[in-house]
Design a binder for this molecule. Structure first.
Ligand SMILES: *Cc1c(COP(=O)(O)O)cnc(C)c1O
Length: 225
């Protein structure tokens, strides 16, 4: 794996689009991240709090760390001081905990709401009805230390490209409809996090602003994660 070359190639592909690359470094050592960093990659995604507690100390300070995985409320405190963006917020309870920890750290933490767009049952995320109700709730508008900056979704794990496209398109529609209809100080729809190694090209065509790419940059992972 020539990580630097892979980063450069992806950046070239994204030139002229409004889509950014989040390099998903989960399970990979700091040395791999350093290589990507040498090719000017600053955004890295991890899905385990444990790795987010270990890696940053070994790496440059200007890296922007993204939490892309399912986050448990009791672990928010470990990442609250430094996390750049939390991609997979899937409950009001979690949002309240992020708000609490952000307040303790005297900062505002930017978050994306995860939307369940896939056919699979097991994927996390709000369904559309829950999502539409959230911004209207009093609880939500009281949260001054979080800012919702967009949505995140994962398509069904399938070879059916038309199915994947329709799921991404659906997410983009939801994104646009919230953007149009909701105005709140702690909500600003500007990021749409969708697309991974196998479907990032479709995601870009469907309006993604952040693709989260791991194995295409760093090679296959040793365990499914
Ligand atoms: C692992 C992971 C990715 C990256 O997956 P690849 O297929 O290796 O690109 C993207 N998003 C999330 C939420 C992940 O957990």
């Amino acid at each position: 794996m020539d990580i630097q070359a892979n980063i450069i190639e992806f950046k070239k592909r994204l030139e002229g689009t409004s889509c950014k690359l989040v390099a998903v470094s989960k399970t990979k050592p700091a040395a791999y991240i350093r290589e990507a960093y040498a090719a000017n990659q600053l955004d890295f995604g991890e899905n385990k709090v444990q790795e987010l507690r270990e890696k940053p100390a070994q790496l440059p300070d200007d890296i922007r760390w993204h939490m892309i995985g399912h986050l448990q409320s009791n672990k928010v405190k470990y990442i609250a001081p430094f996390i750049h963006l939390i991609h997979a917020v899937d409950s009001l309870k979690l949002l309240e905990e992020i708000n609490k920890q952000a307040k303790k750290n005297e900062r505002v933490i930017e978050c994306l709401l995860q939307v369940h767009i896939a056919r699979e049952e097991h994927k996390f995320g709000f369904d559309e009805t829950e999502l539409m109700q959230l911004p209207g709730s009093e609880h939500f508008s009281a949260l001054q230390h979080i800012k919702i900056v967009g949505l995140m979704g994962m398509a069904t794990f399938t070879d059916d490209r038309a199915q994947i496209r329709s799921e991404f398109r659906h997410l983009k529609d939801i994104f646009e409809s919230i953007k149009k209809s909701v105005e709140l100080p702690n909500l600003e729809m500007r990021e749409l996090s969708m697309g991974m190694s196998d479907d990032y090209d479709i995601a870009i065509e469907e309006g993604s602003t952040m693709i989260r790419v791991g194995s295409k940059l760093f090679g296959p992972r040793l365990y499914i994660n």
